[in-house]
Design a protein around this ligand. Structure first.
Ligand code: PRX
Length: 667
């Protein structure tokens, strides 16, 4: 946290404040009173939020916290997430309202889906899953591009009570295989591919490989693979296992009577990186999760469903795409934009062209994207009419003040407030954020916990730190959209999140934070071995394991080094096996590239190291722990810090001298 604290020292001198626009403040969904209301009766406040959903049976107990950290919310309630996201809007006469303006990457490839269309499609897909033998409680994996069928597949699963696990389409077949096995998914929904950077990009071959690997490594059997035809590219076909979506789903009835499930019925499992190699399957259940998403989407984005056009740019393979791309906006009957491709195809103005075409009013993205646009220049956005934009959101990492101000000026016409939203896969929905109609925003601070959520910054001993001090970010009270456990691993769940402040019963988020003189919160990044690359979490150990699985690598250490665009970039230090090189031979560039590609193959492009440095030794403490802090100094080209705890203090000299470094290209 050393250099983060330095950044903070700079940030905390930030004097700028941006008052909410008058017009927004006057009609804001969430007002100042909400804080007091929630504080006076937190559970009553959450009951009120739960009432924005349709329950078949109302709950009899708001919260069961008798066996912490295992929470039950809205106990006794029965609910169906898909019904709440789709059917109820149609039943209320809003069937003709557009749910998604979908935009494919190839130009003029668009499709509008109304809530009525969505209801038919979701019902057909639900019937199709039933025909494939999927039963309530069975897990279904989804490995898809950003096309309407992805949201339809998720909702179809929710409709029949089959928890989905969406695996980001950029992940490799190995990553998919381990997730399939871990959550025992018998059915995979995928597509032949999608469009990226102007060309078809295949997905089905990775599924074929993953299914085989899951069988070979874990004796896991996938029964069916349901394939959407998107690109029309040739795919290998496994008779008896593979089924075309257009053949199976299109022929189904558009009627599907939905069943209502217990509020605590599992809705989905989302895998995320932890400090050890094995990804954690975060389990979210139905009632509380949907309450959290719909409340925050309505309140933090000040959604006016009649007039707003909302766009969250996150891929549905991440939690942001789940909570604010699908469940939150649909539960609130919003009209959203969904875009398949990259921001620079066919030109760097693509996002802004889409905003102009559909009259986007609320826009939610990540700081890494904002910094990329900053690099490209404000004039690109300036060529488009963005005058309808009235609110901007940021998520995934702290937004640096320069990026904040650029975003506000160039995308928000110096008028739209920015909500810097802090949350996690584990929290399910937004926890810390300004309220757009209440808070005078400070560039770089996520401000304070939203009404209903109790967050604090505490010392090692769990004591609340005074204003002006830093510490660990914790959540002090349970909240409806909290993770319920890690799939199949209650012990790891307790250990990871609840053991550090066990005496106090706090949830430990893994982030460091500081309160400024006003008590507003500044996030300082992770305090564990988790990196944040382009707003996505990657574990150092996971990438180290991938490197060590290469036959030429003996040992590896990975650190996240500051990167102008992606926030942090993956930097790897590797010791090669003796057999890898001839005596005195330097590691060739081709080997460096081979190691980078190896990580990409094992985990996915997002994990591909920006740099691989071949070193003769790694700095270790006497107990053998790698001192990543020192490697970070090297990767960030700083003077190397205190080496007194190293077992051999000459190691850092060796690293400096013997380093053969290769730098990244396209990633
Ligand atoms: O370190 C925090 C950072 O992202 C982590 C959560 O990552 P993930 O579960 O992948 O979810 C990302 C999208 C919700 C957090 O522990 N983080 C997220 N939002 C912010 C942030 N750091 C600072 N400011 C934020 N607004």
């Amino acid at each position: 946290m050393t250099e983060s604290s330095e950044t903070l020292a700079n940030l905390s001198t930030e004097e700028r404040r941006f008052e909410p626009p008058k017009e927004l403040a006057e009609h804001a969904n969430l007002t100042e009173e909400a804080y007091a209301e929630a504080e006076a009766d937190r559970l009553g406040f959450w009951e009120k939020q739960a009432d924005r959903l349709d329950w078949e049976t109302r709950w009899d107990t708001v919260l069961d916290w008798d066996d912490p950290p295992f929470a039950k919310w809205f106990v006794g309630g029965r609910i169906n997430a898909a019904y709440n996201c789709v059917d109820r809007h149609v039943e209320a006469g809003r069937g003709d309202k557009v749910a998604f303006h979908w935009v494919g990457e190839p130009e003029d490839d668009t499709r509008d889906l109304t809530y009525a269309d969505l209801k038919d499609e979701v019902s057909r897909a639900a019937n199709a899953l039933v025909e494939l033998g999927v039963k309530t409680g069975d897990r279904v994996a989804i490995y898809m591009p950003m096309i309407p069928e992805t949201a339809i597949a998720m909702l179809a699963c929710a409709r029949i009570g089959a928890p989905h696990t969406v695996v980001f389409g950029g992940f490799s077949s190995d990553a998919l295989a381990s997730r399939l096995a871990d959550c025992d998914a018998k059915v995979v929904i995928t597509s032949d591919g999608g469009y990226r950077r102007g060309a078809p990009s295949a997905l089905k071959p990775a599924v074929d490989e993953a299914v085989q690997k899951a069988k070979d490594n874990d004796d896991h059997e996938v029964r069916s693979v349901l394939v959407v035809r998107r690109t029309g590219e040739d795919v290998e076909w496994h008779e008896g296992r593979d089924v075309w979506w257009h053949e199976l789903v299109a022929g189904q009835s558009a009627e599907h009577e939905c069943e209502f499930f217990d509020s605590e019925h599992p809705l989905y499992v989302m895998y995320t990186s932890g400090t050890t190699g094995k990804p954690k399957g975060i389990l979210h259940t139905t009632g509380g999760y949907l309450v959290g998403c719909s409340y925050t989407h309505w309140g933090i984005f000040d959604l006016k469903p009649e007039t707003d056009v909302y766009w969250c740019t996150a891929d549905v393979g991440w939690v942001t795409g789940h909570s604010y791309g699908v469940y939150g906006p649909l539960a609130n009957g919003a009209t959203s934009v969904m875009y398949e491709g990259t921001p620079d195809t066919p030109g760097k103005g693509r996002w802004w062209e889409i905003c102009e075409t559909y009259g986007v009013t609320i826009f939610y993205t990540a700081p890494t994207a904002i910094r990329t646009f900053m690099k490209w220049g404000g004039d690109i956005a300036g060529q488009h009419d963005l005058s309808k934009i009235r609110l901007l959101g940021s998520v995934g990492e702290s937004i640096n003040p320069e990026a904040y101000v650029w975003y506000r000026e160039n995308i928000g016409a110096s008028r739209a407030p920015i909500v810097d939203t802090w949350w996690q896969t584990e929290t399910g929905s937004i926890m810390i954020s300004p309220l757009p109609g209440v808070t005078a925003g400070k560039p770089g601070s996520a401000m304070k916990s939203i009404p209903g959520i109790v967050v604090d910054v505490v010392t090692e001993e769990g004591e609340s730190v005074p204003n002006g001090s830093g510490g660990f970010l914790v959540v002090k009270e349970p909240w409806p959209s909290m993770l319920r456990t890690l799939w199949g691993d209650d012990e790891r769940f307790k250990d990871t999140y609840w053991s550090r402040f066990a005496d106090h019963g706090f949830y430990f988020a893994g982030d460091g934070a500081k309160k400024d003189d006003d008590g507003d919160i500044w996030l300082l990044g992770r305090v564990d071995d988790v990196m944040n690359v382009s707003g996505h979490r990657l574990s150092t150990t996971e990438i180290e394991s991938a490197l060590v699985s290469h036959p030429k690598v003996a040992e590896a250490a990975v650190v996240g080094a500051a990167d102008e665009t992606t926030g942090q970039a993956v930097c790897a230090f590797v010791i090669l096996r003796e057999s890898a090189l001839a005596d005195g031979e330097e590691a060739p560039e081709s080997l460096i590239q081979e190691l980078r590609s190896h990580v990409q193959k094992e985990i996915g492009a997002i994990a591909k190291p920006r740099q691989v440095m071949v070193v003769p030794e790694l700095p270790k403490t006497r107990s053998g722990k790698i001192m990543r802090r020192l490697l970070k100094d090297v990767a960030e080209k700083r003077e190397v810090g205190d080496v007194t705890t190293l077992a051999d203090s000459t190691v850092m000299d060796l690293i400096g001298k013997g380093m053969k470094s290769g730098t990244g290209d396209e990633s």
